[in-house]
Design a binder for this molecule. Structure first.
Ligand SMILES: [Mn+2]
Length: 340
């Protein structure tokens, strides 16, 4: 089905579901990033134009500091075990590849999800299609890009309040229109958000031109302990470093962004130690890292994917993944060495 018919057909059933709903829960993935929060807040701002339903935006708290300024996030809640389930008749999931990655909902409430109608919008190629209706566009660079294109089909006029979070999501997922899935469409949709009054200056100031010294100090320590394994470069982030340097978990992504700029390596891996297990981030300009992520229970996009392991250390996760990652590289003759 071409894009126009897909959006047209989806909009018809969405309109019906939205006008019949009394309470709508908006949800997204755990550890929400700019695209997750932008999609959720953008829809929260847009839906009152097409439904009278009560809208409840759910986000895992605390919201990362580089995103907590986004107008509208102050209305978001996390559904903890001591709160009662708000009994939504519709759940809209955004930017979330599978139901087990939904964030901000205590395990105590999770069983309700299976008994509620879910519709979703996402751009992850690994989406498990867990909704009754799934608007999945894997060649979109961001879920916010899909929403920007889709809203007019619902009859929504994009106001400045809707445009800012949507531009935020497009800019964070493309690292300011730099990532390889940025297309002419991405740029023209971005331009339409500018025209609608998106606060580009604020996004740039808060997300791209402001880093805490603690984050840079952590990044320099992480990069100093870089390992090269053939065309794979990887770094570990022990939790003790994050704590010692008073940095936050998401601030180690600063190191990932720096590593991606090195010329030569084909695959970049960052392994963050978590309270339980590790979180793996994989990046590549050329190789399909989603394949490896999927094989090990993770997911994501061709050039950017991730895996969570609850039972691995940094070293054991590296040992497990390096053979598969080096096999992805054009020159897979892996000579292991360590460089500082
Ligand atoms: Mn995304």
């Amino acid at each position: 089905m071409d894009r126009i018919s897909m959006f047209t057909t989806t909009a018809i059933t969405w309109k019906e579901r939205l006008s019949n709903a009394n309470t709508i829960l908006l949800v997204t993935h755990v550890n929400p990033d700019g695209d997750a929060i932008g999609s959720l807040i953008g829809l929260m701002m847009a839906l009152p134009q097409v439904t009278e339903a009560k809208i409840i935006p759910v986000l895992q708290h605390p919201i990362p500091t580089y995103l907590d300024w986004v107008p509208g996030t102050e209305h978001s809640i996390a559904l903890s075990a001591d709160q009662s389930w708000p009994n939504p008749d519709l759940i809209i999931a955004v930017d979330c590849a599978s139901a087990d990655r939904l964030g901000g909902i205590a395990p105590h409430h999770i069983h309700h999800i299976a008994h509620t109608t879910i519709i979703q919008i996402d751009h992850h190629a690994t989406n498990t299609l867990f909704g009754v209706q799934n608007l999945i566009v894997p060649d979109s660079c961001a879920t916010c890009e899909i929403i920007t294109e889709f809203l007019p089909y619902l009859g929504v006029t994009i106001t400045a309040g809707i445009a800012t979070p949507l531009l935020l999501g497009i800019m964070t997922d493309t690292q300011s229109f730099q990532i390889y899935d940025t297309t002419a469409k991405t740029l023209s949709l971005g331009a339409s958000l500018f025209t609608a009054g998106a606060d580009h200056a604020k996004i740039v100031a808060k997300v791209f031109r402001s880093t805490r010294l603690e984050a840079l100090t952590l990044a320099s320590r992480v990069i100093n302990e870089m390992h090269t394994h053939g065309k794979v470069v990887w770094c570990g982030v022990p939790l003790s470093w994050v704590n010692e340097l008073h940095a936050t978990d998401d601030e180690s992504d600063e190191a990932l962004h720096m590593l991606q700029r090195i010329e030569g390596p084909e695959v970049i891996m960052l392994i963050k130690q978590r309270a339980q297990g590790v979180k793996i981030s994989l990046r590549s300009r050329t190789a399909n890292v989603a394949e490896v992520a999927k094989k090990h229970g993770g997911g994501g996009h061709i050039h950017a994917a991730g895996i969570n392991f609850t039972d691995h250390t940094i070293d054991s996760a590296a040992a497990l993944l390096l053979p598969d990652l080096t096999a992805l590289c054009t020159d897979s003759s892996a000579s292991t060495n360590h460089s500082a």
